[in-house]
Design a protein around this ligand. Structure first.
Ligand code: HPA
Length: 235
């Protein structure tokens, strides 16, 4: 055991890791997109894999739901496995009416109702932003592949359920594109620890109409964003 949550060897990990909340999505990417992939973590079934994409070593790691769970894995990847670049491949609920189900939202920055950034930043408001170079490369790759992306501010909530329509209207009026549960915490950690990051989320839910893509589709119809993250990982 290297950390309380991971049983991978240090050499198992590439310096570049694609992370996702859902372990089955990680397994799906490893099986369908990487060559010679091996499982490198199974503690708590939070699956991790390493393999090759276009002959370059890439690792994949799951992180569960929400900023507290994500933060455990990010800190361990950074401090125990020397990871330097972390690409989040997630899902989000759309707020903006200009966005469609299955479109891709790339976060420049992330607002939040989580207290994690305040804990880290001595109770001041921290502006959580992506690494510019990663954002620029994501944009260029998406244009090259003709992927449908939207770039802007998203909101990372601690509370998947129980928010009111007046809250959703408020953030819509502030130009928030979509909601997830992790990006703000990932971005503040990248600033605190100094690794590169960007968060790429496929729209799986519509907040106002309450429509969702199915459980099965969540796992395996995110192929555009998977290719986007993999191409970014080898830049
Ligand atoms: N809300 C918050 N996080 C999410 C959602 C949502 O509707 N969909 C995917 N992640």
């Amino acid at each position: 055991m290297i950390t309380p949550h991971m049983n991978s060897k240090i050499s198992d990990f590439s310096e570049v890791v694609i992370i996702s909340g859902d372990p089955l999505r990680i397994k799906y990417i490893a099986k369908n997109f990487l060559k010679n992939s091996i499982k490198i973590n199974n503690v708590r079934l939070m699956l991790g894999y390493t393999g090759f994409y276009k002959n370059k070593k890439v690792s994949l790691m799951s992180h569960g739901m929400g900023i507290p769970s994500l933060s455990i894995y990010i800190r361990e990847l950074f401090f125990n496995y020397n990871v330097k670049k972390i690409i989040r491949l997630g899902t989000c609920g759309k707020i903006s009416k200009n966005i469609k189900m299955r479109d891709i939202v790339v976060a420049i920055g992330a607002s939040t109702d989580s207290s994690m950034n305040r804990l880290r930043f001595k109770n001041y408001d921290f502006s959580s932003t992506a690494t510019f170079n990663m954002l620029k490369n994501t944009y260029n790759i998406a244009k090259k592949y003709n992927f449908k992306i939207h770039i802007g501010n998203i909101f990372s909530t601690d509370s998947f359920y129980g928010k009111s329509d007046s809250f959703y209207n408020l953030i819509k009026n502030f130009g928030i594109l979509a909601i997830d549960m992790e990006t703000s915490g990932l971005y503040s950690l990248s600033s605190e620890l100094n690794f590169q990051t960007v968060s790429i989320c496929t729209v799986s839910d519509c907040i106002f109409s309450k429509k969702s893509i199915s459980f099965k589709d969540r796992e395996n119809t995110l192929n555009d964003s998977i290719i986007l993250a993999l191409e970014l990982s080898i830049k």
